[in-house]
Design a protein. Structure first.
Length: 368
């Protein structure tokens, strides 16, 4: 299957919308990551709000260099206030305090960074608790690097087709260290480039947006990880495959992450004559993607229509692997996705722009 999307948009903010700020269903003072996860579990905020604020916290916004769209994505800033900041105004002391978790400097004066080690556990865990390590470093001249690594215990291994008909085989899970996300980024006055994991979006969100922000404007580095939710059953095999005590046992799930774009993305900007400016973004991605076991279809089981199609059986392999069919688990690396495209914007002012986006994606199946 091949997917190609194209959109041309006209962005004219001449109406009276200056009094409205981006709605996140939560006050900026309550946007600590643990508080956000708790609010999401309670149903107080949507998954989109959680994703957007988490991305903002991890990527940050430089109020000196940010565009109108990027500034509007900050909690509590109206378009009227954003237009003031694009002019001669500056953030007040109170605004800087309130927005501190979301503000960064694109080019700090010296090398700085942070590292976060995350874990979760339950008293009933029969194995090591899951871990996640996020590392970020930024330095002068506009460069930034980041890394996400995780200790997993419940993640299935490589999947391949078995000699038996309508059967796949997956390596049994075990303790392993994976590096799902990394990036290196450079940002200058007229250009920026990123190699690694990134999120991408533009003004017309229905065409292309993986940022979750209300007004996406280009690419952001991606090292976001999701904390484990409630405990899950230790046994993920079908009936009769596990002993009664194993079927009743529970364990903390592994950390989770989105399999977004991974590759190269860059933007160049420059003037056009004396009254306009142009911005051009191009990207390419090659990402390994997972699917739930029941989302696959065994084509040989289908009749003339897709009705009656069945998912293939997924069995475990490996030393000491229990016999039984895997039920509702993510199968890693089922296909690789090639994706690429571009976006161009011609702007006369920050409130009057015309732009176009075109992109396409093609899956390459690892399991046929």
């Amino acid at each position: 299957m091949r997917s190609v999307l194209c959109c041309v948009w006209l962005f004219l903010l001449m109406l009276s919308v200056a009094a409205h700020a981006a709605s996140y269903e939560v006050d900026p003072e309550d946007t600590g990551e643990q508080a956000l996860f708790a609010l999401r579990e309670e149903g107080a905020i949507t998954a989109e709000t959680l994703a957007a604020l988490t991305v903002l916290r991890r990527s940050g916004v430089d109020p000196v260099l940010a565009s109108r769209a990027s500034l509007y994505g900050l909690p509590g800033l109206t378009y009227a206030r954003v237009d003031g900041l694009l002019g001669d105004a500056v953030l007040t002391v109170e605004e800087r305090r309130r927005l501190a978790p979301f503000l960064v400097r694109a080019s700090p004066e010296r090398v700085s960074g942070d590292a976060r080690l995350l874990s979760a556990f339950a008293a009933s865990d029969p194995v090591l608790p899951p871990l996640a390590l996020q590392v970020r470093v930024a330095g002068p001249e506009g460069w930034r690097v980041g890394l996400l690594t995780s200790l997993t215990r419940r993640r299935l291994g490589a999947v391949h087709r078995d000699a038996r008909p309508r059967t796949l085989v997956a390596e049994a899970p075990g303790v392993a260290v994976v590096v799902p996300k990394f990036h290196g980024q450079w940002t200058g006055a007229r250009a920026s480039v990123l190699v690694g994991s990134y999120r991408l979006g533009f003004g017309q969100r229905l065409t292309l947006d993986t940022t979750g922000l209300p007004t996406p404007d280009g690419f952001l580095p991606d090292d976001v990880v999701r904390a484990p939710g409630n405990v899950e059953r230790w046994c993920f095999l079908g009936e009769g495959a596990c002993a009664p005590e194993e079927r009743e046992a529970v364990v903390t799930p592994d950390f989770q992450w989105d399999e977004g774009f991974r590759g190269v993305v860059g933007t160049v900007r420059g003037p056009v004559g004396t009254d306009a400016a142009v911005s051009v973004t191009g990207f390419g991605s090659y990402q390994s993607r997972s699917l739930l076991s029941h989302a696959l279809v065994e084509r040989s089981s289908c009749e003339d229509t897709r009705e009656g199609c069945r998912a293939p059986s997924v069995l475990l392999t490996g030393t000491g692997a229990p016999a039984g069919r895997v039920v509702s688990r993510a199968l890693p690396g089922v296909f690789r996705e090639w994706a690429g495209g571009g976006h161009a914007t011609l702007a006369w002012t920050s409130r009057m722009q015309v732009g176009a986006t075109a992109w396409g994606a093609r899956p390459v199946w690892s399991v046929e």
